[in-house]
Every structure is written in structure tokens, then in C-alpha cells.
Design a protein around this ligand. Sequence first.
Ligand code: SAM
Ligand code: SF4
Length: 492
Amino acid sequence: MALNLSEKTWLEKRLEMIQRYEEEEKRQDFINESEIWHILERKAHSEPSEVREVLAKARELKGLSPEDTAVLISIRDPELLEELFATAFWIKNQVYGNRIVLFAPLYVSSPCVNNCVYCGFRHTNEAVEKRTLTMEELAQEIRAITKVGHKRVLAVFGEHPDSDADYICRSLQTIYATKHGRDEIRRANVNAAPMTVEEFRAIKDMGIGTYQIFQETYHHETFRRMHPAGTLKHSYKWRLFALHRAQEAEIDDVAIGVLFGLFDWRFEVLGLLYHAIDLEREFGIGPHTISFPRLEPALNTPFTTGSPYLVSDEEIKKIIAILRCAVPYTGLILTARERPELRRELIRLGVSQTDAGSRIAVGGYSEMEKEHILDRQQFMINDTRSLDEFIYDLCQDGYIPSFCTAGYRAGRTGCHFMEFAKKGLVRNFCIPNAILTFKEYLLDYASPRTRELGNQVIEQYLQEVESRLPYIAAKVREYLKRMEEGERDLYV
Ligand code: SAM
Ligand code: SF4
């Protein structure tokens, strides 16, 4: 289907603006492909002793250089691979403890002027029905999401005149304003196309949590092939520096990612690292989180199953463990794209956040009983367990789920978060806040079996906090009591 006149006019105006930006942007592209290939080749046959030296360095929790990361990328030997996994697991526990932050992805709009080869929402894909939620429909989605206990959403948008920066602002207002009894969203993160600094400022003013955008691939030629000429997403530079512009607009929690399956994963891992390094160099703070979605099948989208670079289960495990070692203080986000059994393994290796009870069709939460609505989705997901089932399974594996948004609301974002994380405080504050927000969930939303198991998990974690930080544990016990009596939203 061709673009209509208003879409065309909007697209042309934005293309002109992007072109001016490209001419004026002083920042240098920090993805030096020959350097990346050179590092990968030089370290491709690292000796076991060198691998072990790097793993020992990773345990110092200072992060790894691209060269050291390439040493880990070279691992093939099963014994060394196990050592890599053990190191990643150790780091995750040191920095984050066994808590997992939960959120709901919320697809707000799907019409898109772009034509990304891998995406079900691409403009020319007529097999998928596109929709932009009205504010009333969005409020209905929020009611369905908060009714089951979620407190955080990741709002996702297509790039289209009907879902421009102004629409994103209105959506954030609606998300925060939709409250019903104890049901409310306390943190809304956004995944949307790159914007100007002024547009980011407007979104910041609406109380955005994290701004997330994936480069998709750091390989220039592949990027241009995946995002055809004449579309807004064709500009590599506009996208590469989107998070720099967001930081200029004082959105200090920004999040990066790669869509694994478009190009060689080894190259992409170093691309992510260089992106993190450049943000840290310019703003003194790296990305808040990294995502590593794998390409999933989408309706009428043959590329998703035919790409020569699809990443295997073994490879995604390795990718997560390497990232955990390379950037120990950056959150790692896993999604419901992965199957339940595999998710369980991947979480062990360093994941700190994940979605649960997800429905990714636009308007999908209002039709919760339908696990998939393929002709309204961007791609397929493989885990459709309800939030309650997901939490039950997490508890059985010894994790404590968290709905905490205290860090954000107490100003522990950006640099402040990193300082905080580096002092080991994430564990000290996040576990108590996980306990408190999980208690809220158990009191207000859980099924009887999840409530029973969840209360045991809380007691176990509380005893652990007591042994290290008795004064905080006493405060948490007092808050738990107040919650039993009806108070909510208490945090340390
Ligand atoms: N339209 C905005 C953009 O492209 O920046 C918002 C993001 S899009 C709705 C969310 C993300 O989904 C994309 O950045 C891409 O990484 C991912 N995605 C697209 N097609 C996918 C597929 N077939 N399988 C898995 N993930 C996919
Ligand atoms: Fe549009 Fe984003 Fe899909 Fe590309 S990935 S077609 S920009 S929704």
C-alpha cells in the first residue's frame, strides 16, 4: 500500500530535517568497522590462560575493554564456556542479587512509514492490520495491565504522523493518569523512533522513565539494506545518536539494543560495547539497560526465518553471559520472545529485567484471553504465561520478583544510579524494595498458591537482609506490617 498524501508530506518534512541534522552533526560515528573486525580476528584464537585472565578481571566488576570482550567471544571450549557462565552468574548475584524487575510491554500504535525488512508493522505489509489507540482505548489497556498487578510499562510506538512526539506525550499523560483503586502505573518507559532534542524535552516533561531505542544492527551496510532508502530509518547516524540527543534533553536513563539475527552477533556485541563507551565518554554515564531481542517470525515477513545470521540458543546464552561480564552495572533485559524453558536458563546468566503476562498486539490486553493475535502483531512471542504464573515459576526458582520504581522516583537515575550501583547499593536497596513491592502484589493481586509461595520467598529474603543490614530489615518489617494494615507504596 502506498503512503497517503498526509503521510507523504510528513515523511518528506522529516527527511529534510534528518538531512540537515546529518550535515550539521559534529559527533563522529564511533562504530569503526575495520577496528572491530581487527580486534575480533586478533583475539579469535585466544589461549585458555588468556580467557581465564579476562574472567578473573570480570570479577573485579570494572567492566571489560573491547579487546577483553573479544577474548570471551572467542570461547568455544565447553569447559571454558561453563566458566564464562559461572562468572556471569556470580556477577549478577554480586550486583543485583536474585531480584528480577517485571514490566509489561504496551504496543500503543503500529502504523509506520518505515519499511524495515524484518518487521510485521512495515508499511507495505498488508497482512498485518495497523492501529493507533485512542486515549480512551489506551486507558482501557492500562486498566487491563494494572488490574493484574503491573506497575511498569514499556510503551512502544510506530513512526507515523498519528503517533508523533505530541501523541507520545499525550499517551504518557494518559498512562500515568489512569488509576483505579490501587491499580496504577508508576513508571512508563518508551521505545519509539529517534526524535529531536526539543521533542525529547517534551517527553521528558511528561515523566518518561527510560527512553529505549535499538540500533538493530551496528553494521553500516546491513543497516542500509534492512531500512530501505527513502524511509526515515535509513539514516544510521540519526539513530546512532538518538540517545545522545535524549541525554542532551536530560533524559538520563537511556537504553540500547541489537536485533540479533540481522548480522554477525560477534560484531554486534562489540557494537553495543562501543555505544556504551561513547555514551559514557560524553555524558559520564553508560546505558541504563541493554536488550538483545532475537529475530522472531512475523506474518508475511519471510526474512525473519531466512536470515543467514539467526542466533542459536547456545549463542544467545553466550551473548548474555559476555555482556554481563563486560558491563556489570548495566541492566540486561530479556523478553517474552524467548520460550519459558530457555528464559529460565537465560535469567540465570545475568538478566535483571523481563516482561511478563505480555500481549503484544495493539489493544491486546483488552482481549487478554487471546494469547496471539497474529494479524495485529509485529512478530510472534513464545511465552504467554500470565503474570501470576510467571511469578509463581520465578519464585520456585528462588528469585524475588520486583515491581519497584523507587529508584526512579527517589532520583536514583542516570549517573546517580551508576554511583549507587557501583557502591553495591543496588542489592542493599533493591532487595528490600523488591520485598515491599512484591508484598503489595501478593496482597492485592496474587492467586492463593502464588501468595503462599511468595510469602515464603519474602521471609527467606528478609532473613538474608537481616543478616547483613539489620536496621534496614527492621524498617522493612515495620513497612510490611503497615502494608498488611492497608498502606501502599512504601519504599526505602
Ligand atoms: N518503531 C520504533 C523503532 O523502530 O525504533 C519502535 C520500535 S519497534 C515497534 C520495537 C523493536 O522490535 C524494534 O526496534 C526491533 O528491534 C524489534 N523487532 C522488529 N521486528 C522484529 C521481529 N521480527 N522479531 C523480533 N523483534 C523485532
Ligand atoms: Fe516501523 Fe519500527 Fe517496525 Fe521499522 S521496526 S517498520 S520503524 S515499527
